[in-house]
Design a protein around this ligand. Sequence first.
Ligand code: NAD
Length: 505
Amino acid sequence: MREAAHPSAGDILSGNGLSADELGGGTLAVHTPIDGSQLASLKVHSPDDAQAMIFRCIETFWTWRLVPAPRRGGLVRLFGEELRAAKADLGHLVSLEAGKILQEGLGEVQEMIDICDFAVGLSRQLYGLTIASERPGHAMRETWHPVGPCGVITAFNFPVAPFAWNAALALVCGDPVIWKPSEKTPLSALATAKIFARAAARYKDAPEFLLQVLIGGQRAGEILVDSRDVPVISATGSTRMGRAIGPKVAERFGRSILELGGNNAMVVAPSADLEMALRAIVFSAVGTAGQRCTSLRRLIVHEEIYDRLVPRLLDIYKRLPIGDPLADGILVGPLIDARAFEDMQRAIAEAKADGGRVHGGGRALEERYPNAHYASPALIEMPGQTDIVRHETFAPILYALKYRDFAEAVDLQNAVPQGLASCIFSTDVRETEAFLSAVGSDCGIANVNIGPSGAEIGGAFGGEKETGGGRESGSDSWKAYMRRQTNTVNYSRALPLAQGIHFEI
Ligand code: NAD
């Protein structure tokens, strides 16, 4: 399969070890957005199945937490090795199921490999602190322990990478995982589980059920969310979903890691390198057909350079190759479904009613793919940041706005409900440092001279405000998958109380 430039859907499914038996006989219809054809009708797990999974996960936790963390890292190392071997197969499946171009499908698997590498190192670095005690003959320290089953709920647009950001860390931290993938992209999850099973078989004494995949829609996710036996819920998806589950997890004093919608901006300053900015704008605005949480949605351009930048951008937009994401040379694939296309058209109509000048945005390749939804990316010149600009429409729409001074640009960037990714193109260090300062961008991610999308795994990923506040992947995100314990040890022969309190009996 790897030799062929464009394998068929059947080849991709069988290359990932998905059998006809697994793919049929159920009620969950899975379609490829490439041509709308049906790939599978999966069996959905019942609420009882989900409860049984949780029960098995608890038992697995009791065993897995006893395995030393560096040994747990050994399993994640093998998972990374198996992912390397399966990169081409799984990358094709991600493209087939989510509709992103093959380069991005492969990139997503590479992210899984990268986070496995990171987690292997981390498994020897789950460091606590030693803390100075105020009492003689006493030692204080902070230790980290596994916390329990981790529920991972993921979105359609990144069918596998966010799972791995969570699972690789959770596993080295000692927590087994139940994964509820998007009902639109469950096949990539089933294929990933097979890759994990190969790693677990090579590891030999891995307990069963370290990774279980829960197939279903919102209801399946709710069972994880409502269960007191799942202390950590990491959920990636829309702000609507986060608003529903956040309070439920909080109500039972669980821990949620929320990775929700974004409305990401780029400020282009007069000193910017426009050639670099152009490439970054196009990749981040039309990559994954505008269906990344970090997609560029708002372009805030200084009025002095607006007329140099925007016409060139429009020229590039006219020439963008749209089509089958598995074919060579294509840069823009389809939207996930009809509803996404309708949302896009509604947003364009609203922007137009607000005085926006619309370029592009119509349906593409309709004759060739009557059952799929390709769209030419839209660039809309807006007179101001109206309601629709402040809303995340999950489609390739880029709103262009003018600004006059730097403070106005920062105000525009921050004046949206979401707070995921932001960036500035400028060669003026006063501006770039101010953008990253306490009075600059209010987002979880703020970049200089690169676009808002395409983060590396080494940093903590996530955003503020309606993006949910969660952080996953690199830096110290691992702490969310462990419980912190403060220990005070008295090795003296006396029992002094803290704060000098006298209490004699
Ligand atoms: P979605 O919210 O429709 O679904 C996401 C997942 O949540 C699915 O698995 C779904 O079944 C589940 N779900 C939905 N409602 C639920 C509920 N009440 N209880 C439990 N589970 C529930 O999102 P989508 O359309 O698949 O993905 C697109 C959205 O995800 C966009 O808003 C995008 O910005 C966001 N996203 C965010 C990030 C990030 O890291 N911040 C990454 C990718 C996608």
